[in-house]
Design a binder for this molecule. Structure first.
Ligand code: NAD
Length: 256
């Protein structure tokens, strides 16, 4: 394994992706990111002028092609793909989920990972091996009432990761999924708020319900997810492939 790896992290201008990027940079890796939010990208570029950052929506195969052209120009190849992009999608009973909202969630969360992997694999093969990390969710391991599109997309990503692990193992490419629990920050606040509204209960009561689903009774930090990504892409993870690894304080249920 190269000591300095060339890594693409999708949707990394902020949030969990950004924490992973900062971990990779601290380790000495070379990183390229994409994000769909221009303002967030501008702020990222100001903080990390050494990192290539491309405006791209992973749900659009043409934009993913442009992203990989930029990655090849910037990094000259690829050792690691972190398919991180994912949206929460709608919070609603299945019969109330708009078809467009279902489609958008699947397009970003699932198809986006496919569009990136199909471009990344030839590059990682050409590099002589490497790894792919797919960001699923605790919702990829449990049913999650009122979040059918999200849960379905995150379960599908685990099937995708396990299948790629089988296809690519003989090329020295390891493929794993990370399943984060609720990560402290604005996104989970939005998720809890949407659930509280759907259940018609106060935000604080719903927040406590979320905490009560976790054996460790604490939200996760972005750095906890970044640490797992660092481990999986290091020599310490050299024999780990085809796994869905939860970093979630032990989710007991997602009946929230
Ligand atoms: P976030 O909502 O903070 O978004 C991170 C970035 O993704 C943003 O900068 C946003 O502009 C970008 N983005 C959104 N759609 C995009 C697209 N189509 N193409 C490119 N970029 C796009 O997300 P996060 O909390 O950092 O989550 C990252 C991943 O972790 C997601 O796959 C998410 O489902 C998963 N996850 C998050 C949590 C959590 O509690 N935050 C829990 C479990 C799993």
């Amino acid at each position: 394994m190269a000591t300095q790896q060339r890594i693409l992290v999708t949707a990394a201008a902020r949030g969990i992706g950004r924490a992973m990027v900062e971990g990779f940079l601290a380790r000495g890796d070379r990183v390229h990111i994409c994000d769909v939010d221009e303002a967030a990208l501008a702020e990222f570029r100001a903080a990390h002028p050494e990192v290539g950052a491309t405006l791209a929506d992973v749900s659009d195969p043409a934009q993913v092609d442009q992203l990989f052209d930029a990655v090849e120009r910037d990094l000259g190849g690829l050792d690691v793909l972190v398919a991180n992009a994912g949206i929460a999608g709608p919070t609603a009973a299945v019969e109330d989920v708009e078809i467009e909202a279902w489609q958008r969630t699947i397009d970003i969360n699932l198809s986006g990972a496919f569009y990136c992997a199909r471009r990344a694999v030839p590059l990682i093969k050409a590099a002589g091996g490497g790894s792919i990390v797919i960001i699923s969710s605790a919702a990829g391991l449990f049913g999650y009432p009122l979040r059918a599109p999200y849960a379905a997309s995150k379960w599908a990503l685990i099937g995708f990761a396990k299948t790629l692990a089988m296809e690519l193992g003989s090329f020295g490419i390891r493929v794993n999924a990370i399943c984060p629990g609720p990560v402290a920050g604005p996104r989970i606040d939005g998720v809890i708020d949407a659930k509280a509204r759907a259940r018609d209960i106060p935000f604080d009561e719903m927040r406590e319900t979320y905490l009560n689903t976790l054996s460790l009774h604490t939200f996760i930090d972005r750095e906890d997810i970044a640490n797992m990504a660092l481990f999986l892409t290091s020599s310490a993870g050299a024999k780990i492939s085809g796994q869905a690894l939860a970093v979630d304080g032990h989710t007991e249920t997602l009946r929230t």
